[in-house]
Design a protein around this ligand. Structure first.
Ligand code: KG4
Ligand code: ZN
Length: 345
């Protein structure tokens, strides 16, 4: 058997409001430090200007911590990977500028990584789990994206369905806002949904021209109108509709969103004939979609791949695994590479 070369990659993720740095040894994670930016919760959403400022403050200590936890010196590194896009430009610029300077100072390759590819390839971080064989389908669900992607090889990916308006994470977060829950509200909806009746209230499934595309803005509006109407009625009788029905409302919203996602995945599997199905992105932490996917193993004879919690929301380990595979195939960038707010898979 050929001896695997020992490769150390440092990876930086700064596309939104988390500053994260990881160190990988080949396809294994030695450290994965994530500094969350609490500041945004009081504004009910990410404030781009504050995010880039916080990245600027976090980046040096987080890089230091990642190296210390990994137990290696920066001189042992073989490459620096960073998120090129998509994301908030001011945030991306902090990570990309730091990565360029570090690669230049250490005289090692610089590797630009697509954030959406990284969410998918996080499944190849070696934790002793089964990895999806090519080709497989991935439902990438996050605060900014909702896509069904056909993955034929590490760097051969095709988006076969995507949202025409809001991302599924936004649907969760905006619904949570309507209910007066803190930002980001997805995890709160998930928590309360587990205590409620998913069939208590019925919300419509949006229609799209292309079967594999998604639309969540209509659902958000129907939830808003439904809650406003019920709140008004309850006020007239001196009751509090949201407080008294919070668990059932959350369970019904989550049930609707999960049913929409599963219907699209089922159609994608039928259209492509692919039965190896993965999920990725922040919303893949959701207990409802995880359970639905596990149930589908039996019902549709799928093989499903669900990422570990720490690799669902934004993290640098997923940037590092792409960095590793790009390093192996010498897909390096030169110092002229720039951060790109809009970047397709
Ligand atoms: O991938 P991610 O960390 O950032 C983006 O690239 O957008 O995803 C963040 C999104 C947020 O909308 C958050 O509410 C949602 O993931 N999220 C969840 C859960 N955990 C995170 N949504 C539903 N249920 C969860 N358990
Ligand atoms: Zn993300």
């Amino acid at each position: 058997m050929p001896v695997k070369r020992s490769t150390y990659i440092l990876a930086i993720e700064s596309s939104c409001d988390d500053t994260s740095v990881a160190v990988l040894h080949n396809d294994s994670v030695l450290s994965n430090v994530v500094a969350n930016q609490e500041i945004h919760s009081q504004y009910g959403g990410v404030v781009p200007e504050l995010a880039s400022r916080a990245h600027q403050q976090n980046i040096v200590p987080v890089v230091h911590q990642a190296l210390t936890r990994a137990g290696i010196d920066k001189k042992q590194l073989h490459g620096i990977a960073f998120t090129e896009g998509p994301g908030l430009l001011g945030s991306l610029l902090v990570g990309s500028s730091f990565a360029k300077s570090m690669a230049m100072a250490l005289d090692i390759p610089l590797i630009a990584v697509n954030h959406m590819q990284a969410h998918i390839l996080a499944h190849f971080i070696d934790e002793g789990q089964a990895m999806p064989p090519f080709p497989f389908l991935c439902l990438t669900i996050s605060g900014g994206h909702t896509q069904i992607v056909k993955i034929s090889d590490y760097f051969s990916m095709e988006v076969i369905g995507e949202t025409l308006d809001d991302a599924v994470g936004e649907a969760f977060d905006k619904s949570a806002k309507i209910l007066g829950l803190p930002y980001p509200g997805g995890p709160y909806i998930d928590k309360y949904a587990q205590l409620g009746n998913p069939k208590a209230f019925v919300f419509p499934h949006p229609k799209t021209k292309n079967t594999l595309d998604f639309s969540f803005s209509g659902l958000k509006t129907s939830i808003l109108y439904f809650v406003q109407k019920k709140v008004k009625e309850s006020e007239e009788t001196g009751t509090d509709f949201i407080k008294e029905n919070l668990y059932d409302i959350c369970a019904s919203i989550q049930h609707t969103i999960v049913s929409i996602l599963m219907a699209k995945l089922k159609a994608a599997s039928q259209q492509t004939g692919i039965r190896h199905i993965a999920i990725a992105g922040g919303v893949s932490a959701n207990s409802g979609i995880r359970k639905a996917l596990r149930d589908a193993e039996k019902e549709y004879h799928w093989h499903t791949y669900i990422p570990k919690f720490e690799y669902t929301t934004d993290n640098a380990a997923m940037i590092g695994i792409v960095g590793y595979y790009k390093f192996l195939s010498k897909r390096f960038s030169d110092l002229s590479v720039t951060a790109r707010a809009r970047l397709k898979i």
